[in-house]
Ligand binder design. Sequence first.
Ligand code: XMP
Ligand code: MG
Length: 180
Amino acid sequence: MHQDIQEILLTEQQIKTRIQELGQDLLRDYQGKCPVFVCILKGAVVFYADMIRAFDDHCEMAFMQISSYSGTQSTGNIVVRQDVSMDLTDRHVVILEDILDTGRSLQYVCDYLRNKGAASVKICTLLDKPEGRAPGVTLEADYVGFRIPNAFVVGFGLDYDEYYRNLPYVGVLKPAAYTK
Ligand code: XMP
Ligand code: MG
């Protein structure tokens, strides 16, 4: 285990097993529909690479990067830094995200992609923090890997200041690691 990690919340094996199950769920709902899997960079990239390989049918890949600038009131202003490069008209879109927390980012991305004329837009998230939802956000994910408590986690794509994305598990940082 990495020296900065206090506790492993989800092991590599647990995540691997769950991704196979999610792949089956997606196959049940999207077989023959050639869904477009949209990866939300950068956090979802590790989850994404495993998820698309757990989906045993035709699909297409797309990438999108957003930034959320929370002002003094953490209202979460979202900016699209990189847009999907393909036409989504009448396509079945599944957004793959690392974590659903306040729900503001995904709320924005969902509306944004619906406005591109997608036939459907669903959310598949590795992690869900149900307690983190911002007031007024009613958005829920359609496919959830794991529901976790309201703690800051890193690994499997999730970062603290860009570090720890490469850890093969999801863990909680030691308090000392935040001062680096
Ligand atoms: P929302 O809009 O749902 O945004 O709050 C989710 C985004 O917030 C980041 N986030 C985290 N990143 N550990 C992280 O490394 C966490 O525990 C965490 N909670 C939220 C993340 O970038 C995600 O895409
Ligand atoms: Mg992040």
